[in-house]
Design a protein around this ligand. Structure first.
Ligand code: VGL
Ligand code: ZN
Length: 239
């Protein structure tokens, strides 16, 4: 069953909830065997997001060996990179009087403000050097327009500009997306939610992600994902 609804500003797309109940039966099965029509999406495992980086996610570096092991189970792997201009609208430094983790209202909705991070071409934006996934097929960069953020690997924060990932997966015959990376409650969650909105199965590998957890964001992300039919699994379900 396909759904092409785009998500609303809460990151949800109406219409996919009934699907999740139907899909739930299939999930009850035991170990997950990766298929040729699966893709493993490794989200934003970049220097800025690991300890020592400007927007460090606690334990962000711990997932790297596990992500490498998981990647070997998949024929198809896509990596994403957060990729901002130096004056990006999501940076608190661009909003006088604001500090990181404050929020502002932008034309497309509420935006959390962050420390400067993942500036295009800088060391902080590079993929973590411990990543060892030579068979990855695509590196997708997102958030590259100054005026629009993009947590999601599918659709920018304006809710309409496509990154092309949905089209890529569909043209490659990929149907089921497994997610790992950083951060659980932002780029991983938004990507998994949009995968559902665009008619893909979506599974998040809990222990191969780490969260930021600001103002209840982690619990909310898991609740939103659950409502949207994103399956929460563990690496042991695959390894
Ligand atoms: C992310 C906040 C800002 C992420 C990216 O990768 O989860 N979070 N930019
Ligand atoms: Zn960012």
């Amino acid at each position: 069953m396909k759904s092409t609804k785009r998500r609303d500003l809460l990151g949800l797309c109406a219409g996919s909830f009934a699907l999740s109940l139907i899909d739930a039966g299939a999930w009850a099965q035991s170990k997950l065997a990766p298929r040729d029509t699966d893709v493993f999406v490794v989200v934003d495992v970049q220097n800025c997001f690991v300890p020592g980086g400007s927007l460090a996610v606690k334990g962000g570096d711990e997932i790297v060996p596990l992500v490498n092991r998981l990647a070997r189970r998949f024929r198809h792997v896509v990596l994403t990179q957060d990729w901002h201009t130096p004056d990006h609208v999501s940076f608190a430094s661009q909003h006088p009087g604001k500090k990181p983790f404050d929020t502002v209202a932008l034309a497309y909705g509420k935006q959390v403000l962050w420390p400067d991070h993942c500036v295009q071409g800088t060391e902080g934006a590079m993929l973590h050097k411990g990543l060892d996934i030579p068979h990855a097929e695509l590196i997708l960069r997102k958030g590259n327009r100054r005026e629009v953020d993009s947590y999601s690997a599918f659709v920018e924060a304006d809710g309409k500009t496509q990154t092309g990932l949905g089209g890529y997966l569909r043209q490659r015959g990929l149907e089921r997306a497994f997610f790992a990376g950083l951060a659980t409650d932002f780029c991983v969650a938004w990507s998994a939610l949009d995968a559902r909105c665009q008619g893909f199965e979506a599974l998040v590998i809990d222990d191969a992600c780490r969260g930021i957890d600001t103002q209840g964001s982690l619990a909310k992300a898991w609740a939103d994902m659950s409502s949207a039919g994103v399956q929460r699994i563990q690496s042991s379900d695959l390894l």
